[in-house]
Design a protein around this ligand. Structure first.
Ligand SMILES: *Cc1c(COP(=O)(O)O)cnc(C)c1O
Length: 363
């Protein structure tokens, strides 16, 4: 009597390792491990969320009419081709559910978002990891891995955890060389932070393609990670397919209202972008002057390596943790000697640097 047996691929599946938020013996550690917003949630979103509370007894709008209209207006896109998810994480999984079957192959890049192999394997497909170059996605490596079994490609642009990006023309070169029956998923979770002129979130590519799906999130710039709200933009046929594969009432009404309000909160948006840009520069230069190697970032986090110093990332991670600062330490993924730091408040940023200096100077 062993009870029901799940599929072999579910048995072997890893659980997503979230950024730590607790430390033994620490009452309220500073969490800089999950790329959350340094300035908290959008105030307008918070207000809208609370205002919606009296409607909690009603099922939410299953097609989130207002939220899609607000997104369509803000980005000048077709509301009918917007799909929302319980975080963009749900959309990544829904894409796999819709377009992969056991034995199919899906490609992702080394040192990228760890949800990709989990989403791929959750439907029994095979996750093919291709090498990056200088911690950046490499189009030629991706193209070389495509074969008859390939049905989906994930790329995060900008990428997490490395903070790097590839320019619009490289994404277009990738797309031009990908067979039309392969779904190209452009995960643009950090697009809102991007100021680089040669970057595109992929909206334009979705508009001219039949096989590109762009995903976005309210978790990062808008500071709404707890709401679990993501959205995607796809060609019509793909949007309809994805809608069939998601839950009918996947986005609560409070969340829909908060999303609509966040999109109008341009003052907050601007504040977050300015804060991020300013402290990213400061932190990158401080980390470099401590002898650490910084991977150039365009996002709200910085990945850095302990190669020219005598101490290890693991030891630094322990030291910071003991002092109440939680960064992201990757023991897997081939980033053993790196830490990833989410940009925090002014006080938090200065304290992280002070602690790292103390740690490195302490022989
Ligand atoms: C944070 C993140 C997401 C997930 O965002 P949610 O909308 O909170 O699920 C997706 N992709 C990348 C690359 C991320 O860093």
């Amino acid at each position: 009597m062993n009870g029901p047996k799940t599929h072999s691929w579910i048995e072997e599946l890893d659980v997503y390792a979230a950024g730590k938020s607790k430390v033994d013996g620490q009452i309220k550690p500073i969490k800089l491990s999950a790329n959350e917003c340094a300035l908290g949630p959008s105030p307008m979103a918070m207000e809208a969320y609370i205002e919606e509370a009296p409607n909690l007894y009603r099922y939410p709008d299953p097609v989130y009419t207002e939220l899609r209209a607000a997104l369509a207006k803000k980005y000048d896109i077709d509301a009918n081709r917007i799909v929302c998810g319980v975080g963009s994480d749900e959309l990544l999984k829904v894409a796999c559910k819709a377009y992969l079957k056991p034995g199919d192959e899906a490609i992702f890049v080394a040192h990228s978002f760890s949800m990709y192999p989990i989403a791929i394997k959750s439907v029994g497909a095979i996750a093919i990891e291709v090498a990056d170059v200088n911690y950046t996605a490499d189009v030629d490596n991706i193209l070389a891995a495509i074969n008859d079994k390939t049905k989906l490609i994930f790329i995060a642009n900008p990428n997490n955890p490395t903070g790097t990006y590839i320019p619009k023309k490289e994404v277009e070169r990738l797309w031009r060389n990908v067979p039309d029956d392969v779904l190209l998923v452009l995960d643009s979770a950090y697009a809102e932070f991007m100021e680089e002129a040669d970057y595109s979130s992929g909206i334009d590519l979705v508009d001219q393609s039949t096989n590109v799906f762009m995903t976005r999130t309210f978790s990062k710039l808008y500071g709404l990670a707890a709401l679990r709200l993501g959205w995607g933009y796809a060609p019509e046929k793909i949007a309809q397919t994805l809608d069939k594969c998601r839950d009918p009432f996947n986005i609560p009404s409070c969340t829909q209202a908060a999303g609509v309000a966040a999109l109008k909160d341009t003052e907050f948006e601007q504040k977050v972008i300015e804060h991020t840009t300013k402290w990213r520069k400061w932190l990158s230069s401080e980390l470099t002057s401590l002898g650490l190697t910084v991977i150039p970032s365009v996002t709200n986090f910085i990945l850095f390596r302990f190669d020219d110093v005598t101490k290890s990332a693991a030891a630094a991670n322990d030291y910071l943790t003991q002092h109440g600062y939680i960064l992201r330490y990757y023991s897997g993924q081939g980033l053993d000697n790196f830490l990833r730091l989410t940009i925090g408040t002014e006080k938090e940023n200065k304290e992280v640097i002070r602690l790292l200096r103390e740690f490195l100077e302490n022989k």
